[in-house]
Design a protein around this ligand. Structure first.
Ligand code: NAD
Ligand code: NA
Length: 398
């Protein structure tokens, strides 16, 4: 079929199999250009492995460190005249590239929050790898069905305590407007968001893996968090999602205890704000990112998910002397360049100036838009989007 982008709000309903393959290939080429991650991981499980930070983690492990990878995700193949999801095509392209490079790669498509998918994953590890030495937890989801109680939770993106008003942008049109977001009405909003995006599911995974005896001695696990600037605090770090991130961060020490038998370590890495399917859904954040991109590109310190994940592996998790640089709260920081004072001061200044009229000049809204379409395999110069594409691409191992 001929596949063009079709968007509804911050969602792109279509994805291009050949374009997503270019995106994956570019990420692999980047990792190869950086050289081998010495003492890196060898058998890696990535939970949330199909898009954003997860697919980039999988690529960094496989092509930077020669790792065998198992990826868990929730995606859809093509059906009824509709192309598959971007994460489906990403995983198809990744597995093919891994096979060509002689690297083990298998994937499991299903609800990672369920006990069933956890057991399926454990069986696959037992059968093919024996143990894993790194578990990357990179899930982002608006809902979770609790595996023990069957209760379905939906997360919300709301401030806590007071109404939040600020600027926001529709990144398709470039129109800057004021947005007002009402605060939570009850504690339930916080509890539900923690149930979805907090640390419980990460803990369940690590408990199950530990009980099954599939963790290598000295195993590491890492989950991803975000802090960001003060201007997004009301909607992010001090909002409902921030409460979930606090819970996730606290879970790292619980997991460390669970892993004591195998001398394991659990970390949270605070990552940079980047265009992904999840971040484009958060109000105010796209405007911040488009200003941030402008400033960081001008300073020559811009990174995408693959640059971030390579740096996480090479300069943080697997350093030459084995020490992992941490902040005062015990977290890994690869948002260090985003949070640099000179960067934040400039973003702050631009934030105050930003209007629909000047946005094209003072921000990188164009770069935002391009990254967004790239996520779905669009806007790649090497692809002929008028040509028929084979949407029935399969993930080889599924
Ligand atoms: P993303 O939407 O690109 O990726 C989410 C992944 O989770 C996908 O692989 C998806 O298939 C998988 N997934 C979702 N629900 C699932 C389910 N029920 N079962 C199995 N798989 C499921 O998101 P992302 O932006 O890469 O986010 C990953 C993590 O990084 C999140 O914890 C997020 O908060 C964090 N983070 C994101 C940013 C950012 O700016 N994007 C910054 C810092 C930290
Ligand atoms: Na290293």
């Amino acid at each position: 079929m001929i596949i063009k982008p079709r968007t509804r709000g911050f969602i792109c309903l279509t994805s291009h199999p050949d374009g997503t393959a270019v995106n994956i290939k570019n990420q692999i080429d980047y990792v190869k250009s950086q050289g081998e991650i010495k003492n890196g991981p060898k058998k890696v499980l990535v939970i949330g492995a199909s898009t954003g930070f997860g697919i980039s983690s999988r690529i960094a492990a496989a092509f930077g460190s020669g790792a065998a990878t198992i990826g868990v995700f929730f995606e859809k193949p093509a059906a009824e005249g509709k192309p598959g999801t971007a994460g489906w095509y990403n995983s198809a392209a990744f597995e093919k590239e891994a096979q060509n490079a002689g690297l083990y790669a298998k994937s499991i498509n299903g609800d990672a929050f369920s006990d069933e998918i956890k057991q399926q994953t454990i069986e696959l590890i037992k059968k093919d790898l024996g143990t894993v030495d790194l578990i990357v937890y990179s899930l982002a989801s608006p809902r979770r069905t609790h595996p023990k109680t069957g209760v379905a939770y939906a997360s919300v993106l709301k401030p806590i305590g007071q109404t939040f008003s600020n600027k926001t942008v529709d990144f398709h049109t470039g129109i800057v407007s004021d947005i007002t977001i009402n605060p939570i009405e009850s504690q339930e909003d916080i509890d539900n968001t923690i149930a979805v995006m907090g640390g419980e599911d990460w803990k369940f995974w690590m408990e199950d893996l530990q009980k099954a005896g599939v963790l290598a001695d000295g195993v590491k696990t890492v989950a991803y968090s975000y802090i960001g600037p003060e201007l997004t605090f009301p909607i992010y770090r001090n909002g409902t999602i921030g409460q979930a991130k606090n819970d996730l961060e606290a879970t790292a020490s619980t997991i460390k205890t669970i892993l004591s038998d195998v001398n394991g370590e659990a970390y949270v890495s605070v990552n940079k704000a980047l265009v992904t399917q999840s971040s484009s859904a958060i109000p105010v954040v796209p405007l911040y990112i488009s200003l941030l991109y402008k400033v960081m590109k001008e300073k020559g310190i811009h990174e995408g998910t693959i640059e971030q994940m390579y740096r996480l592996f090479n300069d943080r998790l697997y350093t030459a002397d084995g020490t992992i640089p941490l902040d005062a709260e015990g977290r890994i920081r690869i948002d260090d360049w985003e949070m640099r004072e000179d960067v934040q001061q400039e973003v702050d200044k631009l934030w105050k100036e930003a209007t629909t009229e000047n946005l094209g000049q003072i921000s990188d809204i164009e770069g935002y838009r391009n990254d967004f379409f790239n996520l779905f395999g669009f806007n790649f110069g090497s692809i002929d989007y008028e040509a028929e594409a084979d949407e029935q691409v399969n993930v080889p191992s599924i």
